[in-house]
Ligand binder design. Sequence first.
Ligand code: GLC
Length: 537
Amino acid sequence: MEQTAKNWWQSGVVYQIYPRSFADSNGDGVGDLPGITEKLGYVASLGVDAVWLSPVFPSPMSDFGYDVADYTDIHPMFGTMADFDTLVEKAHSLGLKILLDYVPNHTSDEHEWFVESRSSRENPKRDWYIWRDAKPDGSPPNNWESYFGGPAWEWDEATAQYYLHLFDRKQPDLNWRNPAVREAMYDAMRFWFDRGVDGLRIDVLWLLVKDEHFRDNPVNEEWKDGDFLPSRQSRVYSEDRPETMEIVREMRSVAEEYEESRVLVGEIYLPLDRLVAYYGGENLDGVQLPFNFGLVLLENWDATSVRKLVDEYEAALPGDGGADGGAWPNWVLGNHDMPRIASRVGEEKERLAGMLLLTLRGTPTCYYGDEIGMKNVEIPPELAHDPQGKVHTSYGRDPFRTPMQWNAGKNAGFSDSEPWLPVADDFGEVNVEAQSGDPDSMLALYKKLLGLRRESSALGLGTYSPLDDAPDGCFAYIREDGEEKFLAFLNFSEAEIEAPLPDGDWVVEVSTRPGREGKVGGSIEMRSYEGVVIGAR
Ligand code: GLC
């Protein structure tokens, strides 16, 4: 019997928008909500089901919105609450769900809670954040380091204590051991759910609780020069503490207070066995989708490595894994923190990567601009904004947050005035308008794949079975549901390969390369770096 998704987010596809860089409606060089609303028709036309907006809340923008100064309002730079309501209404009328970014680990130091907390040791909100005495020699309470460089502790002269910030000093960590913090933060979730928001992407979910004894983190013996600096320490006492799951479950209960339960997508960078723990064990009462960053972090894009990654992930999922029970998988190629997929895998393989994302079993999330092949943009130091890049120069995130390339006009159609980050040089060819008229473009490929996925329960919800006899250099798998069956055949090598096909009448539905259609049988001649989806329907 064919499966029907119990939840929209199982067969659905999510599209991430970085609001500062999507569309600027008021000519200040920064994207905004009315800009996004205008472009929702484009987003819907791609064939995705939901939009996740990176933060749009009031913020001094020290970490570009991931430093929230008010969880229940909109930053005037992005628009008004009325603009937000209009966006949600339009999205819903187009059949798109809306997911917001929820940043629970830390607030801005300009949030009124922190302003109160730092005002005196006796303030009732003192314990809403993590304050500790200095060591006898005046140094910080322990050796924890900030992700953005330097100690994770900032001295507060007025009240003579240190406060903890795992990111910028302007992002103090909330004290999730305090029940009042939990209640206030759960109310913030309800605020948006009550306004019609369909789900939340939860920022750095695995960092919420810290060791109650504040023990020093040990040195990471595997770290070597040139590796990501924050990994010098093995962050066992500042992250992924056992008490975190209790909070994850409470968040899930808030999502379940609603008739159509809201979806929670957790940002979690942890090894596989720890990542899948955030589903909540046997009861699956954690987040519905703990982000699987396997493909974002994958270094070798060859058939063997990709298959290994997919199979290990599939095997690690708790429960029976079907559409109707068990943990539901998810995949993503990039986001606002990681180099763009087109730059990581190069031109030969960027289409294969897109085909993989949209044909694997599990909810895909697409990062804006990847559907037209946008690349990292080199940002000269004087134009750099990202706090992480200012400390770890090779890890600046501005290059993958540049303006969306809409057309070949001024500023790629993003804004009438100078954009906050430069537009890529390639915008003359790499833009939505140019690719819309080209049946062989990256955009056309994304649309075909998304269209096929939408109309097919095999691709949306079906089983995944890798083909063991795929030739070297190829990764192939069958997605099947009831009568419907698709075979994704991906040649990650330069070689042309004659590949045997399983018995059946197969028809090529989509190829990453032009000039391939019609029936195939017996075997298929795979061109270099070609991917095809062939169907037996
Ligand atoms: C998450 C966000 C990142 C931000 C950090 C601190 O990793 O994705 O952009 O800098 O959290 O909030």
